[in-house]
Write a protein that binds this ligand. Structure first.
Ligand code: FAD
Ligand code: NAP
Ligand code: FMN
Length: 580
């Protein structure tokens, strides 16, 4: 993304100011700020440190909370807010700012930072000459646009004349320790020009779960049931995991992370290809090669370092061409469906000493799943709805690591390591009377099963409308019985179904939204919340467009005004997405 150029000494004109005030009129500053900050700057004389976060699944928010605790302990008044909860007027007045921000989609801002980014990206954004800032970027080096949201924000703040307290930190998946170190280094720097601050004891505001990425809870998998029918082209499964006396709690809308174990057949094939015994224990290692490849490293999706190292030996014209021309799409096409073993097999002469090979791998990561149960209905249990990823390529069967770990490798009553990622931005309305519209094709229905169960348990009177779909009604109408029962008892007021392959022309959920446009718009006008869950790359984008088109036609609005309407839904936290 190209940033608009702003000369360092660009004047801040009255015109720009009035344009901005108009543009931001809908941002409801007082409400937004009061709604999400954890501490309000009052009469305190302590220097104010604003800590802002952009998050999708909570990591950046948790770091912002950690930073606030550390800042308060060092005598600051720390105010924590989501980026979209900040008005540009309030932001422009900030003097010391720390931003923690994740990257989503393909190098995009997380959902709770999109409107903020649009505003500060505008060429009319006022200069921020009095601001000192630090950006902590979260990301994952497996993505092309590593930490892109943090990079864009960091550059933009500099362009606007703000001064860095410290260089940006770009974190890969193993971020906790380096992020904590950066926070501890950055906070004292925010105090330049002030007297030494008194150190105060501050207890963390929210007790953290003892179960986390580094210490997952070994939950018993008590149910593994196939949801899709025998003729389905997919395999979608329902899992139930026991929380027993773990103390692990969750809310509807949260995600459950599952720590997978690799497939033993792939480990065996890899060690054979690398001509190494799985029993071998490398110097300075406690675990054998077999154990490392089974539990500790990602051996399915090749890392960037491995891709580069293999290319250097592969003597494979097409591979070298797509890698060296930097054509990301062609490279993605070439790599599609190839795992680490397929890459090694590109040429039988590719050789790696085992320690070098292991150094090229990334740590094995948990996978996130939208929780599909209500904790009020299923006390002590958490449910998942997972599509098993399996494909055939290079004459071998390939298995998605975590979905098939759950499907094939955890026996019923066996255990899986889990921890919860709270998703405070994806909750049912606090107002039980508010209507909800939910769009969740395929496994995207998962959190909506949970939402409906929760509303049923609460006896909420608000109307609920679900758009669901998948390939065929016969084989892919997952949770059919439960959804129809909910419809029969009135919990589900409207159910619109889009089975894409039951007729010649595809019918998708957004087609159903168009068919019901009049009523959908009426619901929105009556304060309905609009939720989307499932595939980010295609479905969520098309549903977003359908929503804009419906608003424009039904509200008789220009495209710009329809965008304002949808942006307002986002500001009011009535347009919420959990897309992946
Ligand atoms: C917040 C969040 C919530 C989620 N919720 C859910 C949920 O409720 N249910 C759910 O099922 N998933 C959900 N997911 C997705 C889930 O986290 C995993 O990404 C998914 O299960 C695949 O993981 P895996 O380890 O099985 O596959 P991996 O080992 O990670 O393999 C996936 C990779 O395999 C390759 N691949 C996949 N299919 C093919 C093919 N046909 N041909 C060739 N190559 C292929 C692609 O490169 C793909 O990236 C969610 C993700 C997020 C971020
Ligand atoms: N990025 C991709 O290319 C891709 C592709 C498939 C799955 N996935 C991922 O696979 C996982 C599981 O997928 P899933 O089985 O839950 O569901 P899914 O593959 O998203 O399919 C659910 C339904 O959505 C339909 N669909 C396809 N394109 C659509 C679009 N543009 N707009 C609206 N609906 C559309 C499908 O129809 P048809 O299949 O008949 O077209 C199907 O009926 C998710 O993580 C998803 O993101 C990604
Ligand atoms: C669907 C999806 C897309 C992502 N896209 C990117 C990306 O383009 N670049 C990147 O560096 N990281 C990407 N990430 C990784 C996240 O930024 C990383 O997991 C981060 O820790 C999430 O923080 P959060 O919990 O605050 O949202 C992506 C993660 C997911 C699940």
């Amino acid at each position: 993304m190209k940033l608009p150029f702003i000369p360092k000494d660009a004047p801040f004109t009255g015109d720009q100011k009035s344009w901005l005030s108009g543009f931001l009129a809908g941002m409801q500053s007082a409400k937004a700020i009061a709604g999400s900050q954890t501490s309000v700057a009052g009469a305190s004389t302590a220097p104010l440190l604003n800590i802002l976060y952009g998050t999708q699944t909570g990591n950046a928010e948790a770091l912002a909370m950690d930073a606030a605790v550390a800042a308060r302990a060092q005598g600051f008044e720390a105010v924590v807010q989501g980026l979209d909860d900040v008005t540009i007027d309030a932001f422009s007045a900030m003097k010391r700012v720390i931003v923690t921000i994740a990257t989503y989609g393909e190098g995009e801002m997380p959902d709770n930072a999109g409107l903020f980014w649009e505003s500060i990206y505008s060429a009319d954004m006022p200069r921020l000459a009095d601001m000192q800032f630090g950006v902590l970027a979260l990301g994952d080096t497996s993505y092309d646009e590593f930490c892109q949201a943090g990079k864009l924000l960091d550059t933009r703040l500099e362009q606007l004349g703000a001064t860095r307290l410290i260089d940006r930190l770009d974190c890969d998946v193993d971020y906790e320790d380096i992020a904590a170190e950066w926070i501890n280094k950055t906070i004292p720097l925010a105090n330049s020009g002030h007297a030494t601050l008194p150190v105060v004891e501050v207890a963390p505001q929210v007790a953290k779960s003892i179960w986390n990425r580094k210490n997952p809870y070994p939950a018993k998998v008590s149910v593994n049931r196939l949801l899709s029918g025998p003729s389905s082209g997919k395999e979608i499964r329902h899992y139930e995991l026991d929380l027993a006396d773990s103390g692990l709690t969750y809310e509807t809308g949260d995600a459950l992370n599952v720590m997978p174990v690799n497939d033993s057949v792939l480990v065996k094939n890899l060690t054979e290809r690398l001509a190494v015994s799985p029993e071998l224990v490398l110097k300075d290692q406690k675990k054998s090669i077999g154990e490392l490849l089974t539990y500790q490293y990602e051996i399915s999706t090749p890392s960037r370092n491995l891709i580069a190292a293999v290319e250097a030996q592969a003597k494979h014209e097409k591979f070298s061409h797509v890698l060296k021309t930097g054509d990301k799409e062609a490279l993605a096409d070439f790599l599609w469906g190839k795992d680490t073993l397929d890459l090694l097999n590109l040429n039988s002469e590719i050789v790696f000493p085992i320690d070098e090979f292991i150094a090229l791998l990334k740590p094995l990561q948990h996978r996130a799943y939208s929780i599909s149960s209500s904790p009020s209905k299923h006390v002590g249990s958490v449910h998942l709805t997972v599509a098993s990823v399996r494909w055939r390529g290079e004459d071998r069967d390939h298995l998605g690591v975590c979905s098939t770990f759950l499907a094939d490798r955890v026996t019923v009553n066996g255990t899986a390591g889990i921890f919860v990622s709270p998703n405070k931005a994806f909750r049912i309305p606090t107002d039980d009377d508010a209507p909800m519209i939910m769009v969740g094709p395929g496994t995207g229905v998962a959190p909506f099963r949970a939402f409906l169960e929760e509303r049923q348990m609460r006896g909420a009177k608000g109307k609920n409308w679900l758009f669901f779909g998948d390939q065929t009604r016969d084989a892919d109408f997952i949770y059919e019985q439960q959804l129809l029962e909910m419809q029969a008892v009135g919990v589900l007021s409207q159910l619109d179904l889009a089975f894409s392959r039951d007729q010649k022309d595809k019918i998708y959920v957004q087609n159903k939204m168009h068919e019901r446009a009049v009523e959908l718009y009426q619901w929105l006008e009556k304060g309905a919340y609009f939720y989307v869950c499932g595939d980010a790359t295609r479905m969520a984008k098309d549903v977003d467009q359908a929503l804009r088109d419906i608003v424009a036609v039904q509200g008789k609005l220009s495209a710009d005004k329809a965008t304002d309407y949808v942006n307002n839904l986002k500001r009011e936290k009535r347009y919420l997405r959990d897309v992946y």
